[in-house]
Design a protein around this ligand. Structure first.
Ligand SMILES: Cc1cc2nc3c(=O)[nH]c(=O)nc-3n(C[C@H](O)[C@H](O)[C@H](O)COP(=O)(O)OP(=O)(O)OC[C@H]3O[C@@H](n4cnc5c(N)ncnc54)[C@H](O)[C@@H]3O)c2cc1C
Length: 510
């Protein structure tokens, strides 16, 4: 079927029962669930490949009462998980959407078991304080396994998946959302949904305009996923929808520049034989054999700990100047520096201190710890050392006088040892960099109800429109590891199922 659009060009149409927008964890889970309800599903993904932020993540899912926990003899419940999530939030606990937190803890475990049933493998459960029980499960061999298995399952169940398909507008008819207009491989296509649309288009971490509305200083900070441009949020806000808890967006994070080549773990394919062997190896092979492989991941993907700065590491910009109080919010100040990048400088006393437990530079909680020698060995691209500060400055490529002055004024500042930071006096001196400021993710989703229906500013659902994952976060605060992916897949599955049941449910009051 073809009709002219406003520019006179022919508009193709695609028809489905359920239209899913976005091919990350939430969208693919929604597509699988809707297909399982017997719906004909079309999924549109703007990138050439599936995966979104989901495939850039570490890949952990936190869940209570899992088969992994049972195998390890751990008794755990959704109620305990619910209570522990509040411990991460402290004074903003009251801002959480408790109804959606309940949805997450009550359903994430079945999500995890379903992921296992379609081929995904996990290692765990691992501890992550303040969770009182170990309940973090990490995907093997890396998060690319998600789009691989979810995409395969969605196709097996009959979903029609289009990549290079960017949705530009939601289509409404008499107030009901009936589909979306997309550009697919350059052609304008109207995708009509007989039952409902599921919006699963990710977060706003690369959307300058939306970030600016809530946190001016985050607007220009680069995002880990430059494709997270908040398309879904913007389309729904224009229709009268609402974004929730934007003012609680977290500050940017520090991360070292990525290595030229993916680390060893990121390069592994998601084959079952391999993940089964990895699981065994991580349990039974001596740590000294496994550790170097894990370290390549740790020193590429994890942020340096605040404890490193509290102990005396300082941040130096490309002018050789110290620009921040490192024990505060250094990433926010780093974002204002030239190139949004800097060096971490420290002396040999600190290097020796951070060479063994309990003084680690970075960690994947409960899983692995990276020390100074790990960075020196696995990230030689980041590391310079010299006997004197002028020589260190030369190797860093910063003005010698400026660095020497910066270190001197830092030493004066900490001379009375008031805040427990050590002076930087003992050569050889070391520097790691460049380190950069990044928006890792943004918890700014559309308002939704517990059936994942998108709400307008009066709290009334837009008929025919559901949202899941980051786009449909609805104000639930997912702090701590493993709650975002748990939410993406859990809300995705539920939204997909409810969307597929829409023709039946719209007749009942629910
Ligand atoms: C470095 C890093 C590590 C992380 N580690 C973890 C972790 O270990 N555990 C955890 O729980 N969380 C983690 N997270 C967060 C987690 O990955 C995300 O919150 C989650 O994957 C979001 O899933 P999603 O499906 O909502 O979005 P995405 O995975 O981003 O999927 C959205 C998709 O929609 C597509 N899209 C957007 N706009 C359009 C459009 N207009 N038309 C068509 N398609 C569109 C995008 O291209 C994308 O593919 C991490 C994040 C980062 C950046």
């Amino acid at each position: 079927m073809k009709e002219p659009n406003s520019t006179g060009a022919a508009v193709r149409t695609l028809e489905a029962d359920v239209l899913v927008i976005g091919g990350g964890g939430a969208g693919l889970s929604a597509a699988c669930a809707a297909c399982s309800e017997g719906a004909k599903v079309v999924l549109l993904e703007k990138n050439p490949e599936l995966g979104g932020t989901t495939s850039l993540s570490v890949g952990s899912i936190t869940a209570a009462g899992s088969s992994w926990q049972k195998k390890a003899g751990i008794t755990d419940t959704p109620d305990e998980h619910f209570a522990d999530m509040g411990l991460f939030l402290g004074s903003v606990d009251h801002r959480d959407n408790m109804a959606l937190r309940r949805v997450l803890v009550d359903h994430v475990t079945e999500t995890l078991e379903w992921l296992k049933s379609i081929g995904l493998a996990f290692y765990g459960p691992m501890p992550e304080p303040p969770h009182k029980k170990p309940r973090m499960h990490t995907v093997l061999p890396n998060s690319r396994a998600y789009p691989y298995y979810l995409g395969r399952e969605a196709r097996r169940l009959g979903a029609q998946i289009h990549c290079n398909a960017r949705v530009v507008q939601l289509l409404q008819d008499g107030g009901r959302v009936v589909g979306a207009r997309a550009s697919i491989d350059g052609a304008v296509v109207d995708c009509l949904a007989r039952r409902a649309v599921v919006l699963a288009s990710g977060d706003i971490s690369a959307a300058r305009d939306l970030k600016r509305q809530f946190k001016e200083d985050l607007a220009d900070v680069q995002a880990i996923n430059p494709n997270s441009t908040g398309d879904g949020q913007r389309m729904v806000v224009q229709m009268g929808g609402e974004l929730v808890n934007g003012d609680l967006m977290r500050p940017p994070a520090l991360r070292f520049k990525a290595p030229a080549r993916d680390n060893f773990l990121r390069r592994l394919p998601p084959w079952r034989m391999l993940t089964a062997s990895m699981n065994l190896a991580m349990r039974f092979v001596p740590n000294w054999i496994i550790r170097p492989f894990i370290m390549s991941f740790m020193t590429s993907s994890m942020s340096p700990e605040a404890a490193f700065f509290k102990a005396g590491a300082i941040l130096i910009n490309h002018e050789g100047k110290r620009f921040t109080q490192e024990t505060g919010q250094p990433a926010s100040d780093l974002a204002k520096q030239p190139d949004q990048s800097a060096w971490i400088a420290f002396d040999d006393a600190l290097a020796r201190k951070f060479s063994g437990w309990p003084h680690y530079i970075s960690t994947a909680p409960g899983f692995a710890y990276a020390y100074f020698p790990d960075y020196r060995r696995t990230r030689s691209d980041l590391y310079v050392t010299a006997q004197t500060l002028p020589e260190l400055a030369r190797k860093m490529g910063v003005p010698q006088d400026a660095l020497t002055k910066s270190v001197q004024s830092y030493n004066d500042e900490v001379a009375d040892n008031a805040n427990g930071r050590a002076p930087m006096r003992e050569g050889p001196f070391h520097a790691l960099g460049p380190i950069q400021a990044w928006v890792i993710l943004t918890d700014v989703g559309l308002a939704v109800d517990t059936h994942h229906r998108v709400l307008d500013r009066d709290g009334t659902p837009f008929p025919g429109l559901y949202a899941a994952g980051s786009a449909g976060q609805g104000g639930v605060l997912l702090w701590g590891h493993g709650h975002h992916i748990g939410w993406a897949m859990t809300s995705g599955r539920r939204a997909g199922r409810f969307a597929a049941q829409e023709h039946e449910l719209s007749r009942s009051t629910r």
